[in-house]
Write a protein that binds this ligand. Structure first.
Ligand SMILES: O=P(O)(O)O[C@@H]1C[C@H](O)[C@@H](CO)O1
Length: 328
C-alpha cells in the first residue's frame, strides 16, 4: 500500500493520485496492490470531517463562528487570538501536515474581539502534492465546527500596475485557473449535506464585508493602500512567466497567487460567508527585462508580509469586532 500523503486519505487507503513508489516506478499496481482512482470528493467523507470537527470542538470547548486562514508570513493573525487552544496539525486525526516555510502547521481556537474564532496557522497548497479536496478540507471542518464566516488571506504578486508592495487587495472575485484546467475540490460524487451539486459562485465575496473593510481602512488611515480586485490562483510552486502575467492581466486579474480559490469554492459550496484579501508582497513584471528585481522569491514574500502583519491583524480584528457586535 502506498503511504505517501499525497495519495493516501484518512484511514491510510490509497486515494488514487498519480504516484511513484520509492523506486520511482509508476503506481498502478504498488506492492501487488491495485490502485483505483478515487474522486476528490471521496477523499474526506462527511463522517471523517465530522470526527475531526468533534475532536476540535470537544478539545477546545468552543464552537467557533469565524474561521481564518493565514497566508504566507501572516501567521500572526492567529497570534492575536485570546485564550488560545492550540492543536498541532500532526496531532489532529486525519489532518495533513504543513510543508511550506511561513506556514507553522497549527490550528488555533479562541476568542478575538469577543467572537469565537478558529485560525489555520498554515494552509495546504496544491503544489505540496495535496489534491485540491485535501487542500480545502479544513474549510469543511470549520463548517461542521459551527463556522459561518471564512476569512481567507494570502500573499500575492501584484499585476495591476497601480498596486504597490505592501498594499492590501480585498478580493471581490477570482479567476480559477486550476478550474480552467479541469480541477476542482468538488470533483466526484456530491454529498448534499455539504451543499448542492452545481453551486453558483457569483457574489462569492460578501459585499457588506468588503464595504466594512474599506471603511475600516479609512479609519486606520491606510485607504490609499487598500484596493478591491480580482485574484487568480495558479498551481505553483514556480512563479509565473512574463507571458502568463500578461495573459492574466488581459483577463482582468489584479493579483496572482497559489491558494485561496479552492478554499473559497468549498466555503461557498457549504454556504459560508466569505471575506478574503491578498497582501501584495511583490510587483509582477509584465514586460521583458533583464532586471533581477523582476524575479519573485519566497524570502521577499515572507519579509514583506512581516512588515505588514500589524496592519493586516488590525484590519481583521476590527472587522471581526463589527461582525460580533452586529450579531450580539
Ligand atoms: O499561502 P499563500 O497563498 O499566502 O502563499 C503564497 C503562495 C505560495 O505558497 C507562496 C509563494 O511565495 O506564497
Amino acid at each position: 500500500m502506498c503511504s505517501r500523503d499525497c495519495c493516501s486519505g484518512p484511514g491510510g487507503s490509497n486515494r488514487g493520485n498519480t504516484c511513484t513508489d520509492k523506486k520511482g516506478g509508476k503506481a498502478g499496481s504498488l506492492n501487488g496492490e491495485k490502485i483505483i482512482p478515487t474522486p476528490q470528493s471521496l477523499l474526506y467523507p462527511y463522517e471523517v470531517i465530522e470526527e475531526i470537527a468533534d475532536f476540535i470542538v470537544k478539545g477546545s470547548g468552543m464552537r467557533p463562528k469565524i474561521g481564518i486562514i493565514c497566508g504566507s508570513g501572516l501567521g500572526s493573525l492567529a497570534d492575536i487570538i485570546q485564550d488560545p487552544k492550540i492543536f498541532e496539525y500532526e496531532k489532529i486525526p486525519n489532518f495533513p501536515v504543513s510543508t511550506v516555510e511561513g506556514h507553522a502547521g497549527r490550528l488555533v481556537v479562541g476568542t478575538l474581539e469577543g467572537a469565537t474564532v478558529m485560525a489555520m496557522q498554515g494552509r495546504f497548497h496544491f503544489y505540496e502534492g495535496y489534491p485540491l479536496a485535501k487542500c480545502s478540507m479544513p474549510v469543511r471542518v470549520m463548517k461542521l465546527c459551527g463556522v459561518e464566516y471564512l476569512f481567507a488571506t494570502n500573499a500575492a504578486g501584484g499585476i495591476n500596475p497601480r498596486f504597490a508592495v505592501g498594499d492590501i487587495m480585498l478580493m471581490h472575485d477570482h479567476v480559477n485557473m486550476l478550474g480552467f484546467a479541469g480541477n476542482s475540490p468538488l470533483q466526484g460524487p456530491n454529498d448534499p449535506r455539504f451543499g448542492p451539486r452545481f453551486p453558483a459562485l457569483v457574489n462569492s465575496y460578501n459585499k457588506d464585508l468588503i464595504n466594512k473593510a474599506i471603511e475600516i481602512g479609512k479609519a486606520m488611515g491606510i485607504e490609499s493602500n487598500i484596493h478591491v480586485g480580482v485574484y487568480s490562483c495558479l498551481g505553483g510552486p514556480n512563479y509565473e512567466t512574463i507571458a502568463e502575467l500578461k495573459a492574466l492581466r488581459m483577463m482582468g486579474v489584479d493579483a496572482v497567487g497559489m491558494s485561496t480559490v479552492h478554499e473559497v469554492i468549498t466555503a461557498r459550496h457549504c454556504d459560508m460567508k466569505v471575506f478574503a484579501f491578498s497582501l501584495i508582497t511583490n510587483k509582477c513584471a509584465t514586460e521583458y527585462s533583464d532586471k533581477k528585481d523582476d524575479e519573485a522569491n519566497h524570502e521577499e514574500v515572507m519579509a514583506v508580509a512581516k512588515t505588514r502583519q500589524k496592519a493586516c491583524c488590525e484590519l481583521v480584528a476590527r472587522l471581526i469586532r463589527e461582525i460580533h457586535l452586529a450579531s450580539a
